[in-house]
Design a protein around this ligand. Sequence first.
Ligand code: HEC
Length: 116
Amino acid sequence: MYRKGIFAATSFAVVAGLVTFFSGIPASKAADIDAKKLYMTHCKTCHGENGQPTELGVGLGASEFANAEWQAKTPDEQIIKQINNGTPEKMMPFKEKLTPDEIKALVSVIRGFGKK
Ligand code: HEC
């Protein structure tokens, strides 16, 4: 009886996990998002580890996130819009790849680069 309960609970968790995985709904809540890791995975190639664009990023015309002037003139909405839509031939859109919560979390990472 006891074992059967454990088995049922485990199967339920596995099924729920698979459903979540295949439906593309993130299992994690905002608090579980590792924004820094997302940045390192998806953005670092062009925007650099510290918001200082890489050679590739500079070549494409990426701004320096660590720059105080850039931070001051760029509202959160613009950052979110850019991550969602990208810029043709410069930056790929992320709206299909990342959830709105993940994108919001990335805004914090980018803001963090402005704090010295
Ligand atoms: C292939 C290189 C590349 C990757 C990867 C990339 N970007 Fe960009 N990004 C750019 C370029 C180039 C620009 C400048 C686009 C323009 O001038 O319109 C830009 C612009 C931006 C801007 C807007 C800057 C402004 O001045 O308004 C933000 C914010 C941004 N990227 C965030 C991100 C985030 C977050 C990621 C990862 C999820 C990411 N980028 C991944 C190349 C990249």
